[in-house]
Design a binder for this molecule. Structure first.
Ligand SMILES: Nc1nc2c(ncn2[C@@H]2O[C@H](COP(=O)(O)OP(=O)(O)OP(=O)(O)O)[C@@H](O)[C@H]2O)c(=O)[nH]1
Ligand SMILES: [Mg+2]
Length: 227
């Protein structure tokens, strides 16, 4: 079974459309929302739609919400995606097929392979996004390491310690996870509409710290470059 893990903070307005689109492409999946007590009532609304919700008492960050989701999820395959409709649910069947056929154990929804991209991004945002990925190039050949949209077999992270810091849990999984092959499926990343970004300077600082920790592990020989 597929478990779809969706971290949320103030995403009430996006849930109806997201859930409807998920039901069209992955109606047998377990959908799980990890909400950090959003003031806009995301959790109550999700329950009203019939979605399973874990509410944490305070805002504890995206990466730790995803890790919490992994603990709760019942499936043997996990998909992680944002709630803000940036990540098109329509590629889920294709991602799942890559995993089921054994072609990959880790599949990334990628803006950086042929057919992928980001809509409505300013030059500045694109530049920052490229810059952020640069130091990770020594750690992996996966192109879109900062994507928040990915699918893995449960076994990829079983028994692995994932650092719950910041925003970019995928990089942690790419570097430390147990998988034979990875794949990238193109997505056109649609910029969030109508609400404010939660990515700020603190999150950027946490990301740099995370990359630093991964470098340290790699220098100590604890991890090797992954393809
Ligand atoms: N549970 C939880 N979810 C969070 C937290 N911060 C962000 N999220 C959710 O994580 C997903 C990604 O957050 P976004 O704010 O869209 O991050 P982003 O895509 O890098 O930034 P945008 O360009 O603003 O969309 C969304 O579904 C958010 O609601 C948090 O602290 N806790
Ligand atoms: Mg977003």
């Amino acid at each position: 079974m597929l478990s779809i893990i969706i971290p949320t903070y103030n995403e009430k307005n996006n849930l109806s459309e997201l859930y409807a689109r998920l039901n069209t492409v992955a109606k047998d999946a377990e959908v799980l929302i990890i909400d950090d007590n959003s003031p806009d009532g995301t959790a109550e609304f999700a329950r009203h739609l019939g979605i399973k919700v874990l509410v944490r008492p305070t805002r504890q960050g995206l990466a730790s919400a995803v890790i919490e989701g992994f603990k709760l999820a019942k499936g043997d395959v996990f998909c992680v995606m944002d709630a803000d409709l940036s990540h098109p649910p329509e590629i889920i069947p294709g991602m799942l097929e890559l995993i089921k056929s054994g072609k990959a154990d880790l599949v990334v929804g990628s803006r950086l392979v042929k057919g992928g991209g980001s809509r409505d991004w300013t030059w500045g945002k694109r530049f920052l996004s490229d810059l952020a990925r640069f130091p990770a190039r020594l750690l992996t050949n996966v192109k879109d390491v900062t994507s928040g949209y990915f699918m893995i077999k449960r076994s990829v992270i079983e028994g692995i310690h994932l650092n719950p810091i910041g925003y970019k849990i995928l990089l942690e999984i790419i570097v430390k996870g147990k998988y034979r092959a990875s794949a990238e499926v193109p997505i056109i990343f649609a910029d969030r509409l109508g609400s404010k970004s939660k990515m700020g300077l603190v999150e950027m600082g946490e990301y740099l710290f995370q990359v630093g920790m991964l470098y340290a592990d790699s220098l100590l020989g604890k991890i090797k470059k992954r393809s």
